[in-house]
Design a protein around this ligand. Structure first.
Ligand SMILES: Cc1cc2nc3c(=O)[nH]c(=O)nc-3n(C[C@H](O)[C@H](O)[C@H](O)COP(=O)(O)O)c2cc1C
Length: 367
């Protein structure tokens, strides 16, 4: 088990011996350009951020979850979530809900609007979702979970749309039923399975465990994706080695640092660390992302929701804190964009390379 203890240079080197298979991963008719995925994160992985991650090395991205509640489909929030303008294929949409018929309808609705892959959410621990038995709460009710899987697969199969599933290791420590559910889901026609190495009870606390993911991978024939706490190339290599997963999914570590995909990809392929990006390069990525972000959300929401992306990106950069605090009071997209541009140009005068984060210096994985 990956738990506490030391992480040595020797184990790091041996972890590098485990790399992804050379052939691309296929999902139905789709060939994925890479095996590093960006995790669906509500409020984060909107279309602009997914496109940025894909540009910087993510081979696949799933949308933020879309509710199966028909009455909410026409809300601005859901229609923004269903916006895939300009996004590279395959377009994968995650749906969340508790009713098999509604979930099947939601799948068809999203396919009509461009979804090429449907992902079922059985991983989200959010109260809003779980109180109505959706998300990871479904893992506690296996018969219902399987009815949903079967209904969604039946809706998607005639349209040649693969259905994937994202789950946790179980409901609680004593009920880690991921393996049983995974086997049933595979038999029901699921095309790929992602496992986040935590139980619902854990939320995001504690450390992800990878033994359950390894057991699921060993038992299934479909591709299995490992997820949870992957925040550096070394950790990615070790999780890959431990689980034998077909792909890795990265969530929080990509916030403010979407180039983590190319860093991991480079190091897994070559065994060499990629140097950090230049400040000038990050300035370009961030400013382009902001423009795309404003385009999706408009002035009022755009300037506000952009603040978290700026805050994440500048976290840990020397002298950034007072600037970020000031920037949080700016109310126009133009002023926000211009201020960030100026601040990053000043940073560029002081240093050429983007500062390495705590993750780069401290390998967090313990063998
Ligand atoms: C802000 C936030 C929003 C999330 N939203 C979703 C979601 O909509 N659907 C989902 O399946 N998982 C969601 N997750 C879980 C992530 O996809 C991922 O499983 C989890 O963050 C563990 O991966 P990480 O350690 O790399 O962040 C969310 C996580 C975060 C932090």
């Amino acid at each position: 088990m990956l738990g506490v203890g030391g992480y040595t240079a020797a184990s790091f080197l041996s972890s590098l011996l485990r790399v992804f298979p050379p052939h691309p991963l296929r999902l139905g008719a789709h060939e994925l350009p890479g095996r590093l995925f960006v995790a669906p994160m509500a409020g984060v992985t909107d279309r602009p951020f997914r496109m940025l991650c894909k540009r910087l090395g993510a081979g696949y991205a799933v949308s933020e979850m879309v509710t199966s509640k028909r009455e909410l489909w026409n809300t601005l929030k859901t229609s923004r979530r269903a916006d895939h303008t300009g996004e590279s294929a395959p377009i994968a949409v995650q749906i969340a809900g508790v009713d098999p018929i509604e979930m099947a309808e939601a799948a068809r609705y999203n396919i009509d609007r461009g979804a090429q892959i449907i992902d079922i959410n059985m991983g989200c621990p959010a109260k809003k979702v779980c109180n109505v038995w959706a998300g990871s709460a479904l893992m506690q009710n296996e018969p219902l979970a399987m009815q949903i899987v079967e209904a969604v697969v039946a809706a998607c199969a005639p349209l040649n749309v693969p259905v994937t599933l994202k789950m946790r290791t179980g409901w609680c420590q004593a009920e880690r039923n991921a393996l049983r559910l995974a086997r049933a889901a595979e038999s029901a026609g699921i095309a790929m399975l992602t496992v986040h190495g935590r139980t619902r009870e854990q939320g995001y606390k504690g450390q992800a465990e990878y033994d359950t993911i390894a057991a699921v991978k060993a038992a299934l024939n479909i591709p299995v994706v490992a997820n949870g706490d992957i925040d550096s190339p070394a950790k990615a290599a070790a999780v890959l080695r431990h689980t034998g997963a077909d792909a890795l999914m990265i969530g929080r570590a990509a916030q403010g640092r979407p180039w983590i995909f190319q860093e991991i990809d480079h190091e897994l392929r070559t065994g060499m660390a990629l140097p950090p990006p230049r400040v000038a390069q990050v300035r370009q990525w961030l400013l382009e992302h902001l423009v795309d972000h404003y385009g999706l959300y408009g002035e009022f929401i755009g300037v506000r929701t952009a603040r978290k992306h700026i805050g994440w990106a500048l976290k840990g950069v020397e002298g950034a804190r007072p600037f970020v605090d000031r920037l949080n009071t700016v109310e126009s997209c133009e002023a926000q964009h211009a201020a960030l541009d100026r601040w990053l140009q000043d940073l560029e005068q002081r240093q050429s390379w983007w500062p390495t984060s705590a993750n780069d210096e401290h390998i967090q994985l313990r063998a």
